[in-house]
Design a protein around this ligand. Structure first.
Ligand SMILES: *[C@@H]1O[C@H](CO)[C@@H](O)[C@H](O)[C@H]1NC(C)=O
Ligand SMILES: *[C@@H]1O[C@H](CO)[C@@H](O)[C@H](O)[C@H]1NC(C)=O
Ligand SMILES: *[C@@H]1O[C@H](CO)[C@@H](O)[C@H](O)[C@H]1NC(C)=O
Ligand SMILES: *[C@@H]1O[C@H](CO)[C@@H](O)[C@H](O)[C@H]1NC(C)=O
Ligand SMILES: *[C@@H]1O[C@H](CO)[C@@H](O)[C@H](O)[C@H]1NC(C)=O
Length: 318
């Protein structure tokens, strides 16, 4: 008799725990500054009450709804003007919340509590919100004998790796929005035979790479000169040509729209090849300097610097 009693108790316990085991937290991944959808459904009915609560931040009220309208008097300060429910969906049992301008602080566990006017009409479900700020751009540049690779505004903390193993630890800084800036510098010398420096910044969401080719020098004619650009193996999404690091000669941000030549260079730019090489004409001596070609595609930026010396062509008629 005693044994049966224990078995019975065990049986009841298992039954009551089964429903909560079945409703695990749903993981929702959102992008920094974008909007985020936190799904929640219940059995629709009348006198609906909805409470969205962020449990991680000490049970902050995110959004409430009852008496057929939003009730935002006790809403947490951080969520002001950032939340909304899909009103037309509530009667159908949809309490999904939209959160705009997602920040790193929004990460954590959210409870969706709903109740309707029936017996056992209460329901709780949980969302685990994760925020990512993907790697948008990686910059690489050489100043004298120092090559620096950097990237900004990333979450969570990124990793930075050079193509060849160098014994350097990157510098990581945290911004006011709890994002990470990362940079790493290498001392390079003339004797180093490496012709290319390549650096990759990655997080759990994505990665981007920037590659810098060692500068080359060419002599060009003042009538017409083509400066090559190291081509990428994958299709391009855009390119930029710069002069002496700062002046933009031309750029193309998308391949389906034509490139734009800046006003100062309109007389000089004759054409641009499919691979990005540029053909210049009528070059005066003040166009001598460093030409930088920056190609990019989905994941890579490839930078090639060329030092141009201009040779006067003989017997050129004006
Ligand atoms: C709830 O409504 C949102 C917004 O209209 C929709 O995207 C989502 O699919 C709906 N969810 C359910 C379970 O119907
Ligand atoms: C991170 O990078 C951004 C963009 O360049 C800059 O405005 C900000 O000051 C940097 N923050 C830190 C802490 O270095
Ligand atoms: C690189 O050079 C700078 C100055 O020239 C020096 O302060 C720094 O310690 C060097 N770094 C490495 C890793 O050698
Ligand atoms: C490229 O050119 C367009 C149009 O002139 C300009 O709006 C844009 O800012 C340029 N992009 C860069 C990275 O310079
Ligand atoms: C461009 O850079 C070169 C080499 O650094 C310099 O000699 C030249 O004066 C610069 N040209 C202009 C127009 O700034």
């Amino acid at each position: 008799m005693k044994m049966t009693g224990i078995k019975c108790v065990v049986f009841v316990v298992v039954l009551t725990f089964l429903p909560s085991l079945a409703s695990e937290d749903v993981e929702v991944s959102c992008v920094f500054m974008e909007s985020c959808i936190l799904p929640c459904s219940f059995q629709g009915g009348s006198d609906t009450v909805i409470h969205w609560i962020q449990e991680t931040a000490g049970n902050t009220l995110v959004h409430s709804y009852y008496h057929n309208q939003d009730q935002l008097a006790k809403q947490g300060q951080r969520f002001k003007k950032r939340t909304s429910l899909f009103k037309d969906q509530i009667s159908r049992g949809n309490a999904t919340l939209q959160l705009t301008g997602v920040e790193v602080e929004d990460q954590g566990r959210y409870k969706c509590y709903t109740s309707i006017n029936t017996l056992n009409g209460n329901k709780e479900s949980f969302i685990n919100l994760i925020v990512d700020a993907p790697v948008c751009k990686v910059d690489i540049e050489q100043v004298d004998y120092r090559v620096t690779c950097s990237s900004e505004g990333i979450y969570p903390e990124p990793e930075l790796t050079w193509s060849t193993p160098f014994n350097t630890t990157p510098t990581v800084q945290k911004t006011e929005h709890q994002l990470y800036n990362i940079s790493s510098s290498l001392n390079v010398s003339d004797s180093v035979t490496d012709l290319v420096y390549s650096c990759t910044v990655s997080t759990r969401r994505n990665w981007r790479r920037a590659t810098l080719f060692k500068p080359t020098s060419i002599s060009g004619s003042d009538t017409e000169t083509t400066i090559p650009c190291t081509s990428a193996n994958t299709p391009l999404t855009g390119f930029i040509w710069r002069f002496n690091h700062s002046q933009i000669i031309l750029n193309q941000t998308r391949t389906d729209i034509p490139y734009t030549v800046s006003k100062e260079w309109r007389q000089q730019v004759k054409s641009v090849s499919e691979s990005g090489s540029i053909t210049l004409q009528d070059l005066s001596s003040d166009r001598e300097g460093i030409y930088t070609c920056e190609l990019s595609n989905e994941q890579e930026t490839i930078i090639t610097n060329t030092v141009l010396r201009i040779e006067k062509s003989q017997g050129k008629s004006a």
